[in-house]
Each structure stands twice: as structure tokens, then as C-alpha cells.
Ligand binder design. Sequence first.
Ligand SMILES: NC(=O)c1ccc[n+]([C@@H]2O[C@H](COP(=O)([O-])OP(=O)(O)OC[C@H]3O[C@@H](n4cnc5c(N)ncnc54)[C@H](OP(=O)(O)O)[C@@H]3O)[C@@H](O)[C@H]2O)c1
Length: 316
Amino acid sequence: MSKKIITVFGATGAQGGGLVRAILNDANSEFSVRAVTRDTTSDKAKALAASGAELVEADVDDKESVLKALEGAYGAYFVTFFWDHFSPDKEFQQAKNFAEAAAAAGIQHAIWSTLEDTRKYISLDDDSMPTLQGQYKVPHFDKKGEADGLFTEAGVPTTFLRTAFYWDNFIYFGSGPQKGPDGRQYLTFPLDDKPMSGIAAEDIGKCAYGVFKKGSVLIGKTVGIAGEHISGQQMADKLSKALGIEIIYNNVTPDTFRAFGFPGADDLGNMFQFYRDFSDEFISIRPISGSRELNPELLDFDGWLAKYAEKIPIQA
Ligand SMILES: NC(=O)c1ccc[n+]([C@@H]2O[C@H](COP(=O)([O-])OP(=O)(O)OC[C@H]3O[C@@H](n4cnc5c(N)ncnc54)[C@H](OP(=O)(O)O)[C@@H]3O)[C@@H](O)[C@H]2O)c1
């Protein structure tokens, strides 16, 4: 019997790449992979093809190309790329392209990689967190959450996958320890003593595979995933142990974090404040046991460190 095709957006990236590998590493999978890239000749795309993925060129800004990538597929993994453009409107339009194309292609199971619309928790006129761009609290969360409705309205059978902070940000996103003026290493977040939901980026795709394997059970459901809920102090302690150097947890206020001034610092400062102020709500929809049920190989922070700590850049 021929395998059911899953079209994977972001296949050469973190989330989609994890899903591609999860499917291809399972010799008995009922699914095959159609990996979406803008450039089938890139090294990353060629590596996916060499491991058994079909490649297709599409751009999420071009709805016709999205539709082509979905034709004949059973399922699809939809993720947008906020940090490539920093535009919530663009992200929303991309989600609209996904939803409309998925409906037109008759996709039987979509996974939309989403996050909370934080405006449902904290109103725009609440001054405890600055409103950004006149209409958001956490732009890269809010528009993803708002876009959930696009899939429902288009009648696409969808699982809404609420992801969490990738610990891989310590390697690739500049979120890891930084050397202070005193020469010591500091891990800086505005979390106070609140636990933050984190996950190995690779595990997002593995959990998504678990969602597809469950068939229609999770269609229409919101599924939150995390590898561990862990405080800044605990992360610093575990980093110290794994790296063999002292990492000091530097707790700052969200205002201080927002004022760091790098691109997106205001968005991320609000995000960490949301993690801090709505910790119970954030964590409760991301049960570790449920995430592990979807992905038995789920890593906790120690497990992630055992695999990746040596890649974390440390300024001498
Ligand atoms: N970092 C975190 O902690 C975190 C946590 C939760 C959610 N998120 C969300 O995760 C999303 C990013 O996902 P990711 O980390 O998996 O991305 P990523 O690793 O940056 O990968 C993005 C991939 O998508 C492809 N791509 C980029 N623009 C495209 C376009 N216009 N059309 C088609 N493909 C395009 C690129 O592939 P080609 O070059 O091959 O086309 C690229 O390899 C963001 O929206 C972010 O908000 C991040």
C-alpha cells in the first residue's frame, strides 16, 4: 500500500526538520515526506532528499506554490518564520495562505504550529506590559494564536500545536550565557523564580509525528508540548554542571530586558514577562506526560544538555 504523504513546511529548519527526520527514521511509517524548501539545490535540501524525502519548491508568500506543494498529500505541517521578517501581518497572511490552500487541496490532517494569543490573558490597556505596534502584547505569539481561527473557518481538519521555548536558542539565537564586565558568565532572563516551558527543537517535530500517528483523535484539539518546565536558576545550575564553568542566573526586570535594544528585544521581553506572569496557565496546557506520550524520546533539559551542551558558544 502506498504511504500517505505529509507535506512539511520549514523542512530544512528546526521544527519541520525534526518532523522530516522523525518520519524518515521510522522504517515502518505509514507516512512519506514531501519536504518544502525555496531551493531544492541547497545542501540542506539535498541532504533531505538523500535520506528519502521528496522535495518540492514553494514559498509561503505564494499561495499557488503552497497549493501545489499540498496536492495529493494526506497531511501537512504548517509553520511560519516570524524572525525572518518580524511582521505579524505577514505571518498572518502566510497562515491564511496555508489555511486556504489546505482547504482547496482537501488536506485530511493539518498541524498548525501556534502559540497563545496573549491578548486573551492581558488586555491591551493593561500597562503592566507595554503594548507593541498599537495592537499586540507579544507580536510573534499573538498573531499565530489569532491565526488559529483561519484554519477552523476554512474547515481544515487541524491540530493546533502550541510549542515552547527551544533550548537550542542557547546555541543559535544568542540566548545563552554572556560574559559580563567582571569576566563571569551570566544567563539573563526576566523570569524571577518562575519555571519556563522549554523543549529541544528536534522534539517538536517528533511530537508532531506522534500527533499524525494518532490519526483523527487530535483533530480540532489544541495540544501543548514541552520537555521540562524549569526556572532560570535551575537552567543556570544545570548549565554550570554540563559546561564545567560557573553560569550565574542574572534575574532582570522585563523593562531591563526590553531595553537591551537588539531587534525583537521588546517582543521577547514581553514574551518572558508572559512566561513569568502566566506561568501556571502556560505550563498547564503543556503537560510533560502528554508530550512524552506523543514522543517517547522527549528530552528534559539535562537530556538536551547531554546531547548539545558542547555546541553552546561561550565567550572566552
Ligand atoms: N525559537 C524558539 O524558541 C521558538 C519557540 C516556539 C516557536 N517558534 C517559532 O518557530 C518559527 C520558526 O520555525 P523554525 O525555528 O523551525 O524555523 P527555522 O529553523 O528558522 O527554519 C525555517 C526554514 O523555513 C524555510 N523558509 C523560510 N522562509 C520561507 C518562505 N518564505 N517560504 C518557504 N519556506 C521558508 C527555510 O527553508 P529554505 O531556505 O530551505 O526555503 C528555513 O530552513 C517562528 O515563527 C517562531 O516564532 C520559535
